[in-house]
Design a protein around this ligand. Structure first.
Ligand code: ADP
Length: 399
């Protein structure tokens, strides 16, 4: 079965066509600048072959038409008929408290995604547009929603409630939801397999441009660092991570900004870029720090210190730690960053094999020393594959 995975943003649409027979990627691509001048599609297939279409793309339906056109193209396409696509899996940001697993999309599911727009104001409308565009282009093909929040729905109330008056939870659903759930599920699932024992306490550090941590007990999420929105938690590429909420009012007052403007700064101009002034990209921040940029050094210190504190608190929350896992762009590639995070965690039983750690990039590997009490691993994430697997299982009735 061939599955098309769609990740729709407000002005972009990413796709991957996956052959479930061997889980290989047949083609993938990106439609950019939807509804903006200069829109285009970049389609990749085969051994690094690329095909671009620059054309006016007014909306997501037009973008989906273009994706199908690229997939069917006589010279560059990979399908002879649209009917070869067995199902479509959609990444959906916010499933609120309604969805603890992926689900076949029907009217009720669409309504729920719409209902949660206030909780995911940028993403849920785009996700819905992606779903509706696919329905318009291939009305007979089953579609599945895979929620970023679903994996975290097993958190106990003590982990997901905020200490605000209870009525706000009841009236407005204000609580921690957590994000990157598909990645945390994929990576912790593999970690549970590698651990091989019935009881497991695992911390997953998903460290990319957006970063989040999760504490996973016996395969189920127990706590996670992102909250009502993806702003909470560790320092990220452009997001501040957790801070005293009073900072928001104070910044607004001192800089004569609205709350929305402050939130935009905390989401888009803070974190690594805000502190270093150099870049939001970890490779650039590393380079700037190596060249002696003091603020880049500070950003790295803050980043590693913040992640370390989460590891300590989650180990305490779970009553111990069996496995510590690094994933996503930074987690999979940045050996020195991983070393910095693990420095001083020997008291918890974390002992890296420093040489092995520095040699591991983008591949699954154990990076802890033979005598480390806690196993430390790099496990590459693959959200698209996780979405495709769920989609297959749901349409074939396995789930
Ligand atoms: P997202 O999916 O959240 O956009 P990714 O998971 O792709 O992000 O991670 C992007 C981050 O990974 C960037 O900060 C990038 O600099 C970092 N990264 C990629 N390769 C390396 C590397 N070799 N060393 C350090 N950081 C790296």
């Amino acid at each position: 079965m061939k599955i098309l995975v769609i990740n729709a943003g407000s002005s972009s649409l990413k796709y991957q066509l996956i052959d479930m027979a061997d889980e290989s990627v047949i083609a993938k691509g990106l439609v950019e600048r939807i509804g903006i001048a200069g829109s285009m599609l970049t389609h990749k297939y085969g051994d690094d072959q690329k095909y671009e279409i620059a054309r006016e793309i007014p909306d997501h339906t037009a973008a989906m038409h273009l994706v199908i056109e690229a997939l069917l193209d006589k010279r560059h396409g990979v399908l002879s008929s649209i009917n070869e696509i067995g199902a479509v899996g959609h990444r959906v940001l916010h499933g609120g408290e309604k969805f603890s697993a992926s689900i076949l999309i029907d009217k009720a599911v669409e309504d729920a995604i719409e209902e949660y727009i206030p909780l995911g104001p940028l993403h849920n409308p785009a996700n819905l547009m992606g779903i509706r565009a696919c329905q318009a282009v291939m009305p007979k093909t089953p579609q599945v929603a895979v929620f970023d929040t679903a994996f975290h729905q097993t958190m106990p109330p003590k982990a997901y409630m905020y200490g605000v008056p209870y009525e706000y939870y009841e009236k407005h659903h204000i609580r921690r939801y957590g994000f990157h759930g598909t990645s945390h599920r994929f990576v912790s699932g593999r970690a549970v397999e590698l651990w091989g024992k019935p009881h497991s306490r695992i911390i997953v550090c998903h460290l990319g441009n957006g970063s989040s941590m999760s504490a996973v007990v016996d395969g189920k999420c127990f706590d996670t660092s992102m909250g009502l929105t993806p702003l909470e938690g560790v320092l990220m590429g452009t997001r501040s991570g957790s801070l005293d909420p009073a900072v928001v009012e104070y910044m607004a007052m001192r800089e004569n900004l609205s709350v929305t403007e402050v939130l935009t700064i905390l989401n888009k101009k803070s974190g690594l870029i805000g502190i270093s002034g150099a870049s939001s990209d970890m490779r650039d921040v590393n380079k700037a720090a190596d060249e002696g940029n003091e603020r880049a050094k500070l950003a790295l210190e803050m980043w590693a210190y913040g992640v370390k504190k989460y590891i300590g608190s989650y180990a305490a929350a779970m009553g111990g730690l069996d496995m510590l896992v690094f994933t996503a762009g930074i987690g999979e590639n940045d050996g020195p960053g991983r070393e910095k995070i693990c420095e001083g965690l020997e008291f918890l039983g974390v002992k890296l094999d420093k040489e092995v750690n520095l040699s591991v990039r983008s591949r699954e590997a154990k990076i802890s020393a033979a005598d480390s009490k806690v196993e430390v691993w790099v496990i590459p994430t693959n959200e698209e594959l996780a979405i495709a697997r769920d989609t297959r299982d749901i349409v074939t009735g396995k789930n």
